[in-house]
Design a protein around this ligand. Structure first.
Ligand SMILES: *Cc1c(COP(=O)(O)O)cnc(C)c1O
Length: 354
């Protein structure tokens, strides 16, 4: 830290991303990326011309991609906002709508508290229920910025839409952000409610179900008022927030919807398979509607398990927070990945040394 840094940023605890090893030696089950490549049509999309055109700025209105998404979700282009990864939208939401304070679950996506601190917002982190689920009643009549990941991370728990609607309905004077990074793996999206409630901001990403984490593309669906607020901040910070290559790839991705829905089904199938096998080995696995499972074993320390898997070139995500430090979050990979992971767990639990 230099002595030049603004006082209010000095104590900031920044977000810790999952490890991204450079050597490719690992089965990577730690950051919820897709094990599948983008659709074949997406792989063929970029041409030399697209690279030549990088000399030009991208279209700040993103009109082509917006209208494709609007069509897919039966909303208007003015109900869509596009960003460089959905983290950017979450950041803007705290920046723009957090002045009355914020409230989100204590165990959830680690970035929410970072954004709150970044913007000097007071926040309430509400404990989950005993079974690691969100109790919607904790979020009624709060009149603060409410942020809920549904399904939640790292638990994978999904709340039904009627609970989400109760939260939205009881907080008409504040924005309710529903972070749907994992909704395609078995959840029901709240976006149709944007027709009915002008305080709902649904945040989604191409990083997980659209197999494109490295392209950095996120989007929001909300009332025209909220979208125009996000646009206002974009035009006050970085109007060309999406690069040309990502925009082109994003357009091709929306056109290949069927491929991605197929891959989501496969992930769900492998998730159920993995859950069954883990339970047979004595793990407690929280019911997941996401592309990961959160599991613990009463006879084996969570961190030790993470380290033993890592020694066997399998990366999963472990969190040091004492409330969840007996768990590991395991991304669902291909069937082959999971069989290798399960085989390694079997060795570890049996006490086999390397
Ligand atoms: C992965 C993730 C995101 C952000 O993804 P981007 O890559 O920035 O689009 C947002 N919320 C949750 C809960 C996530 O797990």
């Amino acid at each position: 830290m230099s002595r030049y840094l603004k006082e209010s940023f000095r104590a900031l605890c920044e977000y810790t991303p999952g490890e991204q090893p450079k050597d490719g030696e690992y089965i990577k089950l730690n950051t919820n990326e897709s094990p599948f490549p983008p659709a074949p049509s997406v792989l063929e999309t970029l041409s030399r011309k697209d690279i030549e055109n990088l000399r030009l700025y991208s279209d700040p209105t993103m009109s082509v991609l917006k209208s494709k998404l609007a069509k897919l979700y039966s909303v208007e282009s003015e109900n869509i906002y596009l960003s460089n990864g959905s983290d950017d939208i979450l950041n803007f939401a705290f920046m723009a709508f957090g002045h009355k304070g914020a409230i989100f679950p204590e165990i959830t996506y680690g970035f929410y508290s970072v954004f709150a601190e970044l913007h000097g917002i007071e926040y309430e982190a509400v404990p989950l229920r005993e079974d690691f689920t969100v109790d919607y009643k904790d979020y009624l009549n709060k009149d603060k910025l409410i942020v809920i990941a549904n399904p939640n991370a790292p638990t994978g728990n999904l709340r039904p839409l009627w609970e989400i609607e109760e939260i939205i309905k009881s907080n008409p004077d504040s924005v309710v952000v529903i972070d749907e990074a994992y909704v395609d793996f078995g959840g029901e999206s709240a976006y149709p409610l944007t027709h009915k409630y002008d305080n709902l901001l649904v945040v989604r990403t191409f990083s997980k179900s659209r197999c494109m984490a490295g392209a950095r593309l996120g989007y929001a669906i909300a009332s025209k008022g909220i979208i125009s607020d996000l646009e206002k901040i974009k035009y006050s910070t970085n109007p060309y927030n999406i690069n040309r290559l990502t925009a082109t790839l994003g357009e091709a991705t929306v056109d290949a919807e069927e491929y991605y829905m197929e891959k989501c089904k496969e992930i769900i199938r492998v998730r159920e398979y993995t859950t069954e096998k883990l339970e047979a080995m004595g793990f407690e696995v929280l019911p997941s509607c996401a592309n990961f499972v959160f599991a613990r074993h009463s006879g084996y320390d969570g961190e030790k398990l993470y380290l033993e898997l890592k020694a066997r070139h399998i990366l999963v995500r472990h969190f040091s927070n004492p409330k969840i430090n007996q768990f590991n979050r395991i991304t669902i990979g291909t069937q082959e990945h999971m069989d290798k992971m399960l085989g390694a767990l079997d060795d570890i639990l049996k006490g086999d040394t390397l």
